[in-house]
Design a protein around this ligand. Structure first.
Ligand SMILES: Cc1ncc(COP(=O)(O)O)c(C=O)c1O
Length: 384
């Protein structure tokens, strides 16, 4: 078989197993709606949790702040790595704002959460170190561990007792031990026991890395995330947030001590060897951080919507209190069929199948947005 035939055979095999991934064209229409294949749906599949990305009024307010589109503040490229000439004043402003939001700790902005996660652990660890990672951590964290020279082990999802047993047995054999977890998990919508992880990191002298991709914007004071909500953000050595979900922008950041920041600037390859973000995007991120800080009412509404959906799903969901509400199914084809049922009824939701979730873990992942009106949630509830 030639190269093209081998690739075509792979696609045919994926399709036969109900696992073929496709790129669909989706047009956001605002007010919780989007268009796909010529039809309009309630969008229950976006990570625009606060409804910011779809908010045209907010976008107009942002552009009104910079009336001249020729201004460098709205430039659409930085044309260089941050280490060369790409480190525009918009970076300085955004990092200063982040630093202020997180009690004056140091902040560093990256091109995406994926860049952050494939860069931070490989930069900070060596072959004398160990990384301990929750079994359900996002693919970008797994890829970061694969790139790192350190050994890594995955502990069962949320199982801090098992994690402690590993630490008791292994800690002394390594120079640095990193504990890495998501705070709100992207596929199950449940949350790590961050308080216990802080205790363990202190007791066993570890470095705690928390990916808050699905909790910044949505949780905590001014949307600073779950660790901040629990009052323990300062105990997290590297707190990662992303701009591409609740903040409705693009990029990511980490909050840490200034020594860690300096070290990453010198050693983190996905920061050094890539073109920086455009000033327009950085300024939009700065703008939405301020807007999102004021959105306590929307955060409360999102939580209430989550409760309604969890109650409707009953035993078919995972216990939690976040805006991510999975509908557990199991088999790949059943999940595809169930997604089609919801789609036929105007609800845009997709089947999430392995390898994104563990084998037999296929599900529909409903992600809620403060931009969705009550009638959308009610329509979904009636279909369950
Ligand atoms: C937990 C987690 N971390 C990181 C990322 C990657 O973030 P980004 O989309 O900014 O690359 C994602 C995105 O899906 C995620 O779910």
């Amino acid at each position: 078989m030639g190269f093209r035939e081998e690739l075509a055979a792979d696609a045919a095999e994926l399709e036969a197993g109900g696992r073929l991934r496709l790129l669909r064209e989706i047009t956001p229409e605002g007010d919780g709606l989007c268009r796909c294949n010529g039809r309009t749906f309630w969008n229950f599949s976006s990570n625009d949790y606060m409804g910011i990305a779809a908010d045209a009024k907010l976008r107009r307010r942002f552009y009104a702040e910079y009336p001249d589109t020729a201004t460098p503040e709205l430039a659409l490229s930085s044309a260089s790595s941050r280490l060369l000439t790409g480190n525009t004043p918009a970076y300085t402003r955004l990092e200063a704002k982040l630093s202020e939001l997180y009690g004056n700790r140091a902040a560093l902005v990256f091109n995406s959460g994926y860049h952050a996660n494939i860069g931070i652990l490989p930069a900070l660890s060596s072959n004398r170190d160990l990384i301990l990672s929750d079994k359900l951590n996002h693919a970008s964290i797994i890829d970061g561990m694969r790139l790192a020279e350190a050994e890594f082990r995955r502990y069962p999802h949320l199982d801090c007792d098992r994690l402690e047993a590993i630490l008791r047995q292994k800690r002394a054999a390594y120079r640095r031990v990193f504990l890495v977890t998501e705070s709100v998990f992207s596929m199950d919508g449940d949350a790590a026991d961050l308080r216990r992880l802080v205790e363990l990191k202190k007791q066993y002298d570890c470095i705690l890395v928390v990916d808050e991709a699905h909790s910044v914007g949505v949780r905590g004071p001014k949307g600073t995330g779950l660790a901040a909500e629990l009052g323990i953000a300062n105990d997290v050595d590297v707190l990662i947030g992303t701009f591409g979900k609740a903040f409705g922008s693009t990029g990511a950041y980490a909050i840490m001590e200034s020594e860690t920041r300096n070290y990453l600037i010198n050693h983190m390859r996905p920061l050094i060897f890539t073109t920086g973000l455009p000033p327009a995007v950085l300024n939009w991120s700065c703008f939405v951080l301020d807007r999102c800080a004021e959105m306590d009412e929307e955060r409360a509404r999102l939580r209430r919507m989550g409760e309604v959906l969890r109650t409707a799903f009953g035993k078919n969901t995972v216990a939690g209190d976040s805006q991510i509400v999975p509908f557990l199914i199991g088999g790949d084809q059943e999940a595809v069929d169930k997604a089609a049922y919801f789609q036929e009824n105007g609800i845009l939701v997709f089947a999430i199948r392995p390898p994104t979730v563990p084998p037999n873990g296929a599900r529909l992942r409903f992600s809620l947005s403060a931009g969705l009106p009550e009638e959308a949630v009610e329509q979904l509830r009636r279909l369950v």
